[in-house]
Design a protein around this ligand. Structure first.
Ligand code: C2E
Ligand code: MG
Ligand code: MG
Ligand code: MG
Length: 279
């Protein structure tokens, strides 16, 4: 119809949609040379071991330091990087940088790296991982890869083979945001996950009555009976920390325990963090 009355297709868009589309295109254009311009940074958030009462590692969280936009969080640009395919080179940069940073930490600390489901469709993934390990000298058992349930929606044969190959290198695989996906639980039997990261929404639900506690208890029991450990995400209060300890979670992560911080702060934070679990 737009063609028929001789106008451009943008006629179909309301002005605010037009503005959104422009913003998206501008972001796409900016993202294209983000690596050459060295505008990406990794922040690190501590992962606490609840049994040992100490920091066991850090999760790498990507940030885009844009000259005009400021510090852009991943939820705003990773979807754009995924639709343009840029997530593959960006993901390789993340792997390389995270392994390089972790190689400078005490050797009892691990680094966790998030992977996009799209990286699993690229045959370069295992090469990218082994390159990152070899060039930085990081031992494979100090690297953990985080994937979300959405990865399981892809060709499961390919994903399964890749996960086994990666694990065969000696690293660990965590299932991120567990419980928020829509796949059936049966995949847990066939996929080689080492750890379930219990989504923040369940940790928040702990203070909303008995049902919330029952769900976390059930996830911990399920994980342990399948030989996996658990990390509670998004722990913001001491009450939540108490409850996830009681539920038997292995690890905890959240603002109460430590916020994501620039790479340069990691070693200083390690020294100054009074372990809130022992306090
Ligand atoms: P995620 O992997 O589940 O990471 C946890 C997110 O929760 C992080 O958000 C973290 O800052 C936030 N968080 C941690 N503790 C708390 C808390 O106590 N309360 C609340 N409200 N939030 C907390 P962030 O850094 O904005 O990252 C968002 C998501 O972006 C990540 O979720 C991950 O899925 C994705 N992401 C981050 N870095 C990368 C990357 O390098 N590659 C890919 N593919 N995805 C990444
Ligand atoms: Mg994660
Ligand atoms: Mg998560
Ligand atoms: Mg998430």
């Amino acid at each position: 119809r737009a063609k028929a009355d001789g106008r451009s297709c943008s006629r179909f868009f309301a002005p605010e949609m037009e503005a959104q589309l422009q913003a998206r295109l501008a972001m796409e254009a900016d993202l294209r040379d983000v690596l050459e311009k060295r505008q990406l940074e990794l922040f690190y958030q501590p992962l606490f071991d609840l049994q040992e009462g100490r920091i066991r590692g850090f999760e790498a969280l990507l940030r885009w330091r844009h000259p005009e936009r400021g510090l852009v969080p991943p939820d705003q640009f990773i979807p754009v990087a995924e639709t343009t395919g840029l997530i593959v080179p960006i993901g390789e940069w993340v792997l390389q940088q995270a392994c390089a940073d972790a190689a400078g930490w005490p050797s009892d600390l691990k680094v966790a790296v998030n992977l996009s489901p799209l990286q699993f469709t690229s045959p370069q993934l295992s090469t990218a991982v082994s390159n990152a390990l070899v060039t930085t000298g990081l031992a494979a058992n100090r690297l953990e890869l985080e994937v979300t349930e959405s990865v399981l929606l892809q060709d499961s044969g390919v994903v399964l083979a890749l996960l086994h190959e990666l694990r065969g290198m000696g690293l660990q695989i965590a299932l991120d945001d567990f419980g928020t996906g829509y796949s059936s639980l049966s995949y847990l039997r066939s996929f080689p996950f080492d750890k379930l990261k219990i989504d923040q929404s369940f940790v928040r639900g702990l203070t909303g009555g008995a049902g919330g506690v029952a769900i976390v208890d059930a996830i911990v029991a399920l994980a342990s009976s399948l030989g996996m450990t658990t990390t509670a995400e998004g722990v913001e209060t001491i009450e939540q920390l108490d409850q996830i300890r009681r539920a038997g979670c292995t690890m905890a992560q959240g603002y109460y325990l430590g916020r994501p911080r620039p790479a340069a702060n990691v070693l200083a934070d390690l020294k100054s963090t009074r372990c809130p679990i022992l306090a």
